[in-house]
Design a protein around this ligand. Structure first.
Ligand code: PGA
Length: 254
């Protein structure tokens, strides 16, 4: 089955020269790989979305945005909307990332509004869920994830939920060097499938892509993706090095 490998480039590629170096290196590495079973999604900072989508035309490479606002237009100084990123080539958008919650006070309700506006505009929401360390230690991880799903996807029809990509991304694994065991990830996947099965029926539930995210590296991707049978990965730091990022894709593709 085709895997989805998403690069979250975060607030990097600060100059046109850095952007060019990244794209050239990415293209060169991609040429040497046979990734027939991979859908690669690069999410650069918003100012680079248009250029990335014009420069990277490979069939298995799509572009995504890292964020959108929950309204389409209007007096929202500094914000960027779903139709804007769509019109410059984005097909995906990351929503509910733990860094948005930590630094920009986002929550399940803002995620819900953004997911709806993304779907309305034909973007695929990449919806991140996951517990903090404290929540895991206190035994409430499953409840936290359930709440994120129920509130984040409130009033989204089963037909639409099918096109949402879910990422199980424990907050404590993001930007750290800690990774959950394959079993812990499997437990989260089973919980998510059960939730979707209950809400939308098993047929829809089985179609929803469930990825893993948080400190993914080429050497851990077997443990965090293949072992628990995830549908792909969301990669942060390692995606800044195209050779490492594509090594991850290659491992999952074979
Ligand atoms: P990381 O980031 O791979 O650097 O932990 C993951 C993410 O933020 O999605």
């Amino acid at each position: 089955m085709q895997k989805i490998i998403i690069a979250n480039l975060k607030m990097n590629l600060l100059t046109l020269a850095e952007r060019e170096r990244y794209i050239e290196s990415f293209k060169k590495e991609l040429k040497n790989k046979n990734l027939a079973n991979s859908q690669i999604v690069l999410c650069p900072p918003a100012v680079h979305v248009e250029y990335f989508s014009k420069s990277l035309k490979a069939k298995n490479v799509s572009i995504g945005a890292q964020n959108i606002f929950s309204e389409e237009r209007g007096s929202y100084t500094g914000e960027i909307s779903a139709p804007m990123v769509k019109s410059v080539g984005a097909k995906y958008v990351v929503i509910g990332h733990s860094e948005r919650k930590k630094y920009f006070f986002e929550n399940n309700q803002t995620a819900n509004a953004k997911i709806k506006i993304a779907l309305k505009n034909g973007l695929v929401p990449v919806f991140c869920v996951g517990e903090t360390k404290e929540e895991r230690l206190s035994g409430s991880a499953a409840d936290v994830i359930m709440k994120q799903i129920v509130e984040g996807l409130a009033d989204v029809s089963s037909a639409k939920i099918q096109s949402v990509v879910i990422v199980y991304e424990p907050v404590w694994a993001v930007g750290s060097d800690e990774t959950p065991t394959g079993n812990e990830i499997l437990e989260a996947k089973i919980l998510l499938r059960k939730l979707f099965s209950h809400a939308c029926g098993p047929e829809v539930a089985n179609k929803i892509k469930i990825l893993y995210g948080g400190s993914v590296k080429a050497k851990t991707v077997g443990q965090v993706c293949l072992e628990p049978g995830m549908d792909g990965v969301l990669v942060g730091r390692e995606s800044l090095i195209p050779s490492e990022f594509l090594k991850i894709a290659e491992t999952l593709d074979s």
